[in-house]
Design a protein around this ligand. Structure first.
Ligand code: A3P
Length: 288
Protein backbone atom coordinates (compact mmCIF):
# COMPACT_ATOMS: atom_id res chain seq x y z
CA UNK A 1 0.00 0.00 0.00
CA UNK A 2 1.22 3.47 -0.85
CA UNK A 3 2.18 5.72 2.02
CA UNK A 4 -0.30 8.57 2.38
CA UNK A 5 0.77 11.92 3.78
CA UNK A 6 -1.29 14.70 5.23
CA UNK A 7 -0.54 18.29 6.02
CA UNK A 8 -2.00 19.80 9.19
CA UNK A 9 -3.23 23.36 9.08
CA UNK A 10 -5.10 25.02 11.97
CA UNK A 11 -6.02 21.65 13.38
CA UNK A 12 -7.36 20.26 10.09
CA UNK A 13 -5.79 17.44 8.11
CA UNK A 14 -5.43 17.88 4.32
CA UNK A 15 -4.05 15.44 1.71
CA UNK A 16 -0.52 16.60 0.93
CA UNK A 17 -0.82 15.45 -2.66
CA UNK A 18 -2.64 18.71 -3.40
CA UNK A 19 -2.19 20.92 -0.37
CA UNK A 20 0.84 22.44 1.25
CA UNK A 21 1.23 24.46 4.39
CA UNK A 22 2.05 27.39 2.13
CA UNK A 23 -0.98 27.07 -0.15
CA UNK A 24 -3.27 26.84 2.86
CA UNK A 25 -1.70 29.65 4.79
CA UNK A 26 -1.55 31.88 1.71
CA UNK A 27 -5.21 31.18 1.00
CA UNK A 28 -6.16 31.90 4.56
CA UNK A 29 -4.10 35.01 5.20
CA UNK A 30 -3.19 36.62 1.92
CA UNK A 31 -5.63 35.58 -0.77
CA UNK A 32 -7.46 38.69 -1.99
CA UNK A 33 -11.15 37.95 -2.43
CA UNK A 34 -12.84 40.09 -5.08
CA UNK A 35 -16.41 41.30 -4.77
CA UNK A 36 -17.31 39.50 -7.98
CA UNK A 37 -15.91 36.13 -6.85
CA UNK A 38 -18.30 33.19 -6.61
CA UNK A 39 -17.29 30.37 -4.28
CA UNK A 40 -18.47 26.78 -4.45
CA UNK A 41 -17.92 25.48 -0.92
CA UNK A 42 -18.62 21.97 0.36
CA UNK A 43 -17.56 19.30 2.77
CA UNK A 44 -16.08 16.52 0.56
CA UNK A 45 -18.53 14.17 -1.22
CA UNK A 46 -21.47 16.51 -0.89
CA UNK A 47 -21.85 17.40 -4.57
CA UNK A 48 -18.83 19.64 -5.23
CA UNK A 49 -18.20 18.53 -8.79
CA UNK A 50 -21.90 18.60 -9.55
CA UNK A 51 -22.14 22.22 -8.40
CA UNK A 52 -19.03 23.02 -10.44
CA UNK A 53 -20.84 21.82 -13.56
CA UNK A 54 -24.01 23.72 -12.67
CA UNK A 55 -22.17 26.98 -12.00
CA UNK A 56 -20.15 26.80 -15.20
CA UNK A 57 -23.27 25.99 -17.20
CA UNK A 58 -25.11 28.93 -15.66
CA UNK A 59 -22.20 31.17 -16.59
CA UNK A 60 -22.40 29.87 -20.19
CA UNK A 61 -26.17 30.41 -20.16
CA UNK A 62 -26.79 26.72 -20.71
CA UNK A 63 -24.41 26.26 -23.64
CA UNK A 64 -22.36 23.13 -22.95
CA UNK A 65 -19.25 24.10 -24.95
CA UNK A 66 -17.11 25.31 -22.05
CA UNK A 67 -18.00 22.31 -19.88
CA UNK A 68 -17.19 19.88 -22.68
CA UNK A 69 -13.83 21.34 -23.68
CA UNK A 70 -12.22 22.64 -20.50
CA UNK A 71 -11.39 20.61 -17.39
CA UNK A 72 -13.56 21.36 -14.37
CA UNK A 73 -10.46 22.23 -12.35
CA UNK A 74 -9.65 25.00 -14.85
CA UNK A 75 -13.20 26.31 -15.02
CA UNK A 76 -13.61 26.40 -11.25
CA UNK A 77 -10.14 26.09 -9.67
CA UNK A 78 -9.50 24.49 -6.27
CA UNK A 79 -7.95 27.72 -5.10
CA UNK A 80 -6.58 26.50 -1.76
CA UNK A 81 -4.46 23.77 -3.33
CA UNK A 82 -0.97 24.24 -4.77
CA UNK A 83 -1.97 24.03 -8.44
CA UNK A 84 -5.42 25.51 -7.97
CA UNK A 85 -3.98 28.60 -6.35
CA UNK A 86 -1.91 29.30 -9.44
CA UNK A 87 -4.89 29.01 -11.74
CA UNK A 88 -7.03 31.13 -9.40
CA UNK A 89 -4.42 33.88 -9.46
CA UNK A 90 -4.32 33.93 -13.23
CA UNK A 91 -8.12 33.58 -13.71
CA UNK A 92 -9.72 36.38 -15.67
CA UNK A 93 -12.50 37.72 -13.38
CA UNK A 94 -15.26 37.21 -12.52
CA UNK A 95 -13.88 34.06 -10.95
CA UNK A 96 -15.59 30.80 -10.07
CA UNK A 97 -13.66 29.10 -7.27
CA UNK A 98 -14.09 25.96 -5.25
CA UNK A 99 -12.84 24.54 -1.94
CA UNK A 100 -13.60 22.28 1.00
CA UNK A 101 -12.28 24.80 3.53
CA UNK A 102 -14.05 25.13 6.84
CA UNK A 103 -15.23 28.66 7.62
CA UNK A 104 -12.40 29.42 10.06
CA UNK A 105 -9.66 29.00 7.47
CA UNK A 106 -11.47 30.59 4.54
CA UNK A 107 -9.68 33.73 3.24
CA UNK A 108 -9.73 36.49 5.83
CA UNK A 109 -10.40 39.09 3.14
CA UNK A 110 -13.78 37.47 2.49
CA UNK A 111 -15.33 39.09 5.57
CA UNK A 112 -15.08 42.58 4.15
CA UNK A 113 -16.20 41.61 0.64
CA UNK A 114 -19.52 40.99 -1.02
CA UNK A 115 -18.27 37.86 -2.79
CA UNK A 116 -20.89 35.12 -2.97
CA UNK A 117 -20.68 31.71 -1.36
CA UNK A 118 -22.76 28.74 -2.45
CA UNK A 119 -22.63 26.07 0.21
CA UNK A 120 -23.84 22.60 -0.83
CA UNK A 121 -24.44 20.00 1.82
CA UNK A 122 -25.68 16.44 1.84
CA UNK A 123 -27.11 13.85 4.21
CA UNK A 124 -24.00 13.08 6.27
CA UNK A 125 -24.76 9.36 6.16
CA UNK A 126 -24.52 9.43 2.37
CA UNK A 127 -21.40 11.56 2.69
CA UNK A 128 -19.76 8.80 4.76
CA UNK A 129 -20.67 6.11 2.23
CA UNK A 130 -19.53 8.13 -0.77
CA UNK A 131 -16.36 9.07 1.05
CA UNK A 132 -15.66 5.46 1.98
CA UNK A 133 -15.64 4.37 -1.68
CA UNK A 134 -13.77 7.46 -2.77
CA UNK A 135 -11.00 6.78 -0.22
CA UNK A 136 -10.50 3.36 -1.75
CA UNK A 137 -9.91 4.69 -5.25
CA UNK A 138 -8.17 7.94 -4.47
CA UNK A 139 -4.52 7.41 -3.65
CA UNK A 140 -4.18 10.62 -1.66
CA UNK A 141 -6.41 9.17 1.03
CA UNK A 142 -5.69 6.32 3.38
CA UNK A 143 -7.40 3.06 2.47
CA UNK A 144 -10.26 2.52 4.90
CA UNK A 145 -9.73 -0.55 7.06
CA UNK A 146 -13.45 -1.23 7.47
CA UNK A 147 -16.70 0.66 7.11
CA UNK A 148 -17.19 0.45 10.87
CA UNK A 149 -13.84 2.14 11.54
CA UNK A 150 -14.39 4.68 8.77
CA UNK A 151 -17.74 5.68 10.23
CA UNK A 152 -16.15 6.05 13.67
CA UNK A 153 -13.43 8.28 12.21
CA UNK A 154 -16.08 10.39 10.46
CA UNK A 155 -18.07 10.84 13.66
CA UNK A 156 -14.91 11.75 15.56
CA UNK A 157 -13.93 14.32 12.96
CA UNK A 158 -10.75 12.45 12.13
CA UNK A 159 -11.08 12.22 8.36
CA UNK A 160 -9.23 14.64 6.07
CA UNK A 161 -10.87 18.10 5.92
CA UNK A 162 -12.00 17.80 9.50
CA UNK A 163 -15.35 17.29 11.15
CA UNK A 164 -18.54 17.42 9.09
CA UNK A 165 -20.37 18.87 12.08
CA UNK A 166 -17.88 21.71 12.54
CA UNK A 167 -17.87 22.39 8.82
CA UNK A 168 -21.64 22.66 8.62
CA UNK A 169 -21.98 24.65 11.83
CA UNK A 170 -19.22 27.06 10.81
CA UNK A 171 -20.70 27.81 7.42
CA UNK A 172 -24.32 27.78 8.48
CA UNK A 173 -23.59 30.69 10.82
CA UNK A 174 -23.77 32.74 7.64
CA UNK A 175 -27.23 31.52 6.72
CA UNK A 176 -28.93 34.90 7.01
CA UNK A 177 -26.29 36.83 5.10
CA UNK A 178 -27.21 38.18 1.71
CA UNK A 179 -24.08 36.85 -0.01
CA UNK A 180 -24.58 33.30 1.29
CA UNK A 181 -26.74 30.63 -0.35
CA UNK A 182 -27.06 27.07 0.84
CA UNK A 183 -28.64 24.15 -0.91
CA UNK A 184 -28.68 20.42 -0.35
CA UNK A 185 -27.73 17.56 -2.64
CA UNK A 186 -31.20 16.19 -1.90
CA UNK A 187 -32.88 19.33 -3.28
CA UNK A 188 -30.72 19.17 -6.40
CA UNK A 189 -31.78 15.56 -6.86
CA UNK A 190 -35.41 16.24 -6.22
CA UNK A 191 -35.83 19.21 -8.49
CA UNK A 192 -32.78 20.38 -10.38
CA UNK A 193 -34.77 22.77 -12.53
CA UNK A 194 -36.08 24.87 -9.68
CA UNK A 195 -32.77 24.57 -7.84
CA UNK A 196 -31.02 26.07 -10.86
CA UNK A 197 -33.64 28.79 -11.04
CA UNK A 198 -33.01 29.68 -7.38
CA UNK A 199 -29.27 29.68 -8.00
CA UNK A 200 -29.70 32.03 -10.96
CA UNK A 201 -31.72 34.41 -8.84
CA UNK A 202 -29.02 34.42 -6.15
CA UNK A 203 -26.34 35.02 -8.77
CA UNK A 204 -28.32 37.73 -10.50
CA UNK A 205 -28.26 35.80 -13.79
CA UNK A 206 -31.43 35.81 -15.73
CA UNK A 207 -31.67 32.67 -17.79
CA UNK A 208 -34.83 31.79 -19.67
CA UNK A 209 -36.50 28.42 -19.29
CA UNK A 210 -34.75 26.87 -22.28
CA UNK A 211 -31.36 27.88 -20.94
CA UNK A 212 -32.23 26.47 -17.54
CA UNK A 213 -33.39 23.21 -19.14
CA UNK A 214 -30.07 22.95 -20.91
CA UNK A 215 -28.19 23.48 -17.62
CA UNK A 216 -30.30 20.70 -16.11
CA UNK A 217 -29.72 18.34 -18.99
CA UNK A 218 -25.97 18.89 -19.16
CA UNK A 219 -25.53 18.61 -15.40
CA UNK A 220 -27.39 15.31 -15.18
CA UNK A 221 -25.58 12.33 -13.72
CA UNK A 222 -25.55 10.59 -17.11
CA UNK A 223 -24.23 13.60 -19.05
CA UNK A 224 -21.55 14.14 -16.45
CA UNK A 225 -20.51 10.51 -16.52
CA UNK A 226 -19.93 10.79 -20.25
CA UNK A 227 -17.99 14.04 -20.02
CA UNK A 228 -14.24 13.46 -19.58
CA UNK A 229 -13.89 17.09 -18.45
CA UNK A 230 -15.64 16.23 -15.20
CA UNK A 231 -15.84 12.45 -14.77
CA UNK A 232 -12.23 12.24 -13.55
CA UNK A 233 -11.02 9.66 -16.08
CA UNK A 234 -8.30 12.06 -17.19
CA UNK A 235 -6.72 12.10 -13.76
CA UNK A 236 -3.43 10.18 -13.59
CA UNK A 237 -3.57 6.70 -12.04
CA UNK A 238 -1.29 7.69 -9.18
CA UNK A 239 -4.00 10.11 -8.05
CA UNK A 240 -7.13 8.16 -8.89
CA UNK A 241 -7.12 4.43 -9.47
CA UNK A 242 -10.04 3.97 -11.86
CA UNK A 243 -9.84 0.19 -11.55
CA UNK A 244 -11.01 0.51 -7.94
CA UNK A 245 -14.20 2.40 -8.60
CA UNK A 246 -15.83 5.31 -10.33
CA UNK A 247 -15.83 8.90 -9.16
CA UNK A 248 -19.42 9.36 -10.34
CA UNK A 249 -20.34 6.26 -8.42
CA UNK A 250 -24.13 6.03 -7.87
CA UNK A 251 -25.43 9.55 -7.59
CA UNK A 252 -28.42 8.70 -5.44
CA UNK A 253 -29.91 9.68 -2.08
CA UNK A 254 -30.15 7.19 0.75
CA UNK A 255 -27.42 4.71 -0.19
CA UNK A 256 -26.50 4.74 3.52
CA UNK A 257 -29.42 2.39 4.11
CA UNK A 258 -27.52 -0.28 2.18
CA UNK A 259 -24.46 0.17 4.39
CA UNK A 260 -25.43 1.07 7.96
CA UNK A 261 -26.37 -1.59 10.47
CA UNK A 262 -29.21 -0.79 12.84
CA UNK A 263 -26.68 -0.20 15.62
CA UNK A 264 -24.59 2.12 13.46
CA UNK A 265 -27.66 4.05 12.48
CA UNK A 266 -28.70 4.50 16.12
CA UNK A 267 -25.24 5.65 17.16
CA UNK A 268 -25.19 8.01 14.23
CA UNK A 269 -28.56 9.55 15.11
CA UNK A 270 -27.59 10.06 18.73
CA UNK A 271 -24.36 11.87 17.84
CA UNK A 272 -26.00 13.78 15.01
CA UNK A 273 -28.74 15.24 17.22
CA UNK A 274 -26.23 16.07 19.94
CA UNK A 275 -23.90 17.87 17.58
CA UNK A 276 -26.58 19.71 15.61
CA UNK A 277 -28.35 21.17 18.61
CA UNK A 278 -29.15 24.85 18.40
CA UNK A 279 -28.52 25.12 14.70
CA UNK A 280 -32.15 25.93 13.95
CA UNK A 281 -32.21 24.63 10.40
CA UNK A 282 -34.15 21.62 9.21
CA UNK A 283 -32.51 19.65 6.44
CA UNK A 284 -34.36 17.26 4.11
CA UNK A 285 -32.83 14.26 5.91
CA UNK A 286 -34.08 15.48 9.30
CA UNK A 287 -37.70 14.61 8.54
CA UNK A 288 -38.42 10.95 8.45
P1 A3P B 1 -21.80 8.95 -4.78
O1 A3P B 1 -20.45 8.44 -4.38
O2 A3P B 1 -22.81 8.74 -3.70
O3 A3P B 1 -22.25 8.44 -6.10
P2 A3P B 1 -18.03 15.44 -4.58
O4 A3P B 1 -18.06 16.05 -5.94
O5 A3P B 1 -18.32 16.43 -3.51
O6 A3P B 1 -16.78 14.67 -4.36
O7 A3P B 1 -19.26 14.43 -4.48
C1 A3P B 1 -19.27 13.26 -5.23
C2 A3P B 1 -20.66 12.64 -5.14
O8 A3P B 1 -21.58 13.43 -5.90
C3 A3P B 1 -20.70 11.23 -5.70
O9 A3P B 1 -21.68 10.56 -4.92
C4 A3P B 1 -21.16 11.52 -7.11
O10 A3P B 1 -21.71 10.41 -7.77
C5 A3P B 1 -22.21 12.58 -6.84
N1 A3P B 1 -22.59 13.34 -8.06
C6 A3P B 1 -21.80 14.05 -8.89
N2 A3P B 1 -22.49 14.55 -9.92
C7 A3P B 1 -23.77 14.16 -9.75
C8 A3P B 1 -24.98 14.35 -10.49
N3 A3P B 1 -25.03 15.04 -11.63
N4 A3P B 1 -26.12 13.80 -10.00
C9 A3P B 1 -26.11 13.09 -8.86
N5 A3P B 1 -24.99 12.88 -8.11
C10 A3P B 1 -23.84 13.40 -8.55
Amino acid sequence: MMQVHYVMYEGIKFPSAYNSEHSLSFTHNEFQVRDDDIFNVTYPKSGTVWMTEILSLIRSRGCPGWNRTVLNSDRVPWFSTRLGLESALSYLPPRLLTCHLPRHIFPKSFSSSSAKVIYTLRDPRDVVVSSYYFSKMCNSYEDPTSFEQFLRDFLNGELPHGSWFEHVRGWMEMKDKENFFFITYEELKQDLHSSVRRLCRFLGQDLDDDAISSVVQNASFMSMRENPMCNSILLPTDIMDQTKGQFLRKGICGDWENHFTVAQSETFDRIYWERMQGLNVTFPWDQH
